[in-house]
Design a protein around this ligand. Structure first.
Ligand code: DC
Length: 229
């Protein structure tokens, strides 16, 4: 069976990574979470004191430091889960905090950050057989991907899902804060100048507000089969 490239883009917290991970596992493809890469750069900037008290980012300092930020993914042999590493340190948990979520849009809007991460993503997917999730995979990273999905759901449903996810991880957060963050990121992701979030013309739209995980899985497998058989 021929190997293809699968691009899964869409709004934040709509279950993109869950579905992408799940599909990759079922079909034996590599999964790449590009949001984790933007989050890791954000964490590096936060730790480096590049955000001022007023929330502003010292972009010149980040530009000077960006080439020294090494991001990689490694599989945890016990859980089988792929985790994110920043300069050799496992930051999987830390990059998911609301604090990082509140700073990431500013970092993701910077052209020099995007250029570097897009190049790394293209290198990871060169051999095909990859499921990549993000915001610009079908439009910028792999415009020739054979299967492109654009996922969305209502902001309230997405906030509730993220709330439950954080709760399950023992990281309780306030629902209204999460909803506000989801709405702010929707706006920032769609209105930034560089690679704004938009559906590629040839992407299939999936609104999963009313779908169960199983229904979504079946739908996705069907699309995969259509492209590979
Ligand atoms: O998927 P996520 O919520 O973990 O992504 C975190 C942020 O990174 C999100 O607010 C937008 C940005 N992002 C991006 O600009 N381009 C990508 N390919 C992936 C994420």
């Amino acid at each position: 069976m021929k190997k293809i490239t699968i691009a899964i883009d869409g709004h934040s917290s709509c279950g993109k990574s869950t579905m992408a991970k799940d599909l990759a596992k079922m079909v034996g493809y590599v999964y790449v979470d590009t949001g984790a890469m933007y989050r890791a750069v954000t964490l590096a900037a936060m730790r480096g004191g590049m955000f001022g008290d007023d929330g502003s980012l010292d972009t010149e300092r980040l530009k000077a430091a960006v080439n020294d930020i090494d991001i990689s993914f490694r599989r945890d042999e016990t859980t089988g889960k792929v985790e994110t590493y920043l300069n050799g340190e496992n930051v999987e948990r830390e990059i998911r905090t609301i604090d990082v979520s509140q700073h990431v849009s500013q970092v993701a809007a910077l052209p020099f950050v995007r250029e570097r991460l897009v190049a790394a993503q293209q290198a990871m997917g060169r051999e095909k057989g990859v499921v990549m999730d993000g915001r610009d995979i079908g439009t910028v990273v792999f415009p020739d991907a054979e299967l492109k999905i654009f996922v969305t759901a209502t902001a309230e449903i997405r906030a509730r899902r993220r709330f439950k996810e954080l709760e399950a991880k023992g990281m309780p957060a306030d629902y209204d804060t999460i909803l506000e963050n989801v709405q702010q990121r929707d706006y920032a992701d769609s209105h930034r100048e560089v690679s704004p979030l938009r559906k590629a013309d040839d992407a299939i739209l999936l609104d999963n507000s009313e779908l169960t995980i199983d229904e979504q899985r079946e739908w996705l497998l069907e699309k995969f089969k259509e492209r590979t058989e």
